[in-house]
Write a protein that binds this ligand. Structure first.
Ligand code: PGA
Length: 258
């Protein structure tokens, strides 16, 4: 059981919930996802989740897997769309986000594999644009994303929308910045092995979600979260600031990140 989070005032319309530690933060996010899945199942409809990769959501997925095993939480009515994938990247590669999602969630719950979607890292450059439009169409045909889970990069990126990304951006091929590639270098075994490009949902794609939950864990995210919540007007310099324009966004943060 988790203690109640500390409620902070709203920052530019963003609700902030602060938790004692990463475990409680993840537990609260898992509870939010579980109640959405159950509510939609009880209404006899599917639940469309936007999912994120990176170290931040790993404990959320672990908690959802535990609830599936121990509490009977079913993912049979769930469809998922991930934010992004490296390009080029084979989905069998252990560094791919496809592999990440299988490892941390999809292999351990009763989700229909055909209901799980990520951008493909293996389409050719010539095919990328068409692939991105198809990804957007699939999201729309599913009825749109009910809840989008986000992490935040030290650059202020959401998905791989690096500084310079506009609020109108849709799913597209992007070049990763040095800080982001550096942050991934350890897991790849050196920055030279980190892909230079990725396919990501755009800011506008993310803002179409009915509800958005951004998680921030640890002191390393404190500066960028402060900048996102309190500094100047929304700007492409810190893409996460565009979340301020969304009507149902909350930040779930641990104490170290605030
Ligand atoms: P992290 O990445 O969860 O590994 O910190 C977050 C992000 O880059 O969006």
């Amino acid at each position: 059981m988790t203690s109640s989070p500390e409620q902070e005032p709203q920052f530019h319309g963003i609700e902030v919930q602060k938790f004692a530690d990463p475990r409680e933060t993840a537990y609260a996010v898992a509870s939010k996802i579980e109640s959405l899945i159950r509510k939609r199942r009880d209404a006899g409809v599917g639940c469309v989740l936007g999912l994120a990769t990176g170290s931040t959501p790993i404990p959320v997925y672990a908690e959802l897997v535990r609830r599936h095993r121990e509490d009977g939480l079913s993912f049979a009515n769930v469809t998922t769309f991930n934010l992004d994938e490296y390009h080029p990247m084979d989905e069998a590669n252990r560094h791919s986000y496809h592999a990440f999602m299988r490892r941390h969630l999809f292999d351990h719950v009763d989700i229909e594999r055909s209901n799980t979607h990520l951008p493909s890292g293996s389409v050719s450059r010539q095919e990328v644009q068409e692939h991105c439009s198809e990804y957007e169409s699939l999201i729309k045909e599913s009825g749109g994303i009910d809840m989008q889970l986000l992490g935040i990069g030290r650059t202020g990126h959401i998905g791989f929308n690096e500084p310079g990304s506009t609020p109108e951006s849709r799913t597209r091929l992007v070049e990763l910045v040095e800080i982001t590639r550096n942050d991934a270098a350890d897991s790849f075994g050196g920055i030279d092995k980190v892909p230079k490009y990725a396919i990501t949902m755009g800011i506008s794609t993310i803002l179409d979600a009915k509800e958005i939950v951004l998680m921030g864990i640890g002191q390393g995210k404190r500066d960028i979260i402060r900048r996102t919540l309190v500094s100047g007007p929304p700007s492409s310099d810190v893409p996460a600031t565009f979340l301020r324009g969304h009507s149902a966004t909350s930040f779930y943060l641990d104490k170290a990140a605030v």
